[in-house]
Design a protein around this ligand. Structure first.
Ligand SMILES: CC(C)(COP(=O)(O)OP(=O)(O)OC[C@H]1O[C@@H](n2cnc3c(N)ncnc32)[C@H](O)[C@@H]1OP(=O)(O)O)[C@@H](O)C(=O)NCCC(=O)NCCS
Length: 137
């Protein structure tokens, strides 16, 4: 699998992957999320390409203090083959190249079984609470 930065021409394939993997949420506009992640130098979407198909993705960014991951996904037809591990490692490298040394990510309450995937890559549950507020008008 080749890991590379997403191009706008990948957008439909990436959104289809997010839907297939179950990370799409109808209240998060994926076109807007992708545009925002690609517009600046502090965030991006990495994709994993296998035989010309987008089979893995990760949105990553840094806020000057920590790195963050979102939309971590491998297509269901290709799960369990190390691709999730590879795309996560690629995103860690993307952050490392920017001088970031810690990364955070959120796991939804209903998806706690996926914590084992992250723990296998060295991630630890910090037992923190995530609070959120929508601040746009
Ligand atoms: C989570 C996800 C990205 C993992 O991708 P993947 O390509 O299947 O994972 P890999 O094959 O690279 O697995 C790496 C390791 O994690 C383990 N693992 C993978 N998925 C796991 C899961 N759901 N639960 C527990 N362990 C898991 C694998 O056994 C493997 O262990 P190993 O290195 O000892 O062999 C993928 O299952 C997925 O897209 N899930 C649905 C979307 C999702 O929940 N994303 C996370 C949002 S927070």
């Amino acid at each position: 699998m080749i890991c590379r930065e997403m191009r706008l021409s990948d957008q439909d394939a990436v959104i289809a992957l997010w839907k297939a993997a179950g990370v799409f949420r109808e209240w998060n506009d994926p076109v807007r999320d992708i545009a925002k992640a690609l517009e600046g130098e502090h965030s991006t979407v990495l994709v994993g390409e296998l035989d010309g198909m987008i089979v893995a993705s990760i949105m990553c960014g840094e806020d000057g203090h920590r790195g963050w991951f979102y939309y971590v996904s491998t297509h269901p037809d290709h799960q369990g083959k190390g691709l999730g591990k590879a795309i996560t490692a690629a995103a860690e490298n993307w952050l490392r190249e920017r001088g970031i040394w810690k990364v955070n990510l959120l796991v939804r309450g209903g998806n706690s079984q996926v914590a084992s995937f992250y723990e296998a890559q060295g991630y630890k549950n910090t037992q923190s609470i995530c609070l959120q507020k929508v601040i746009e008008p």
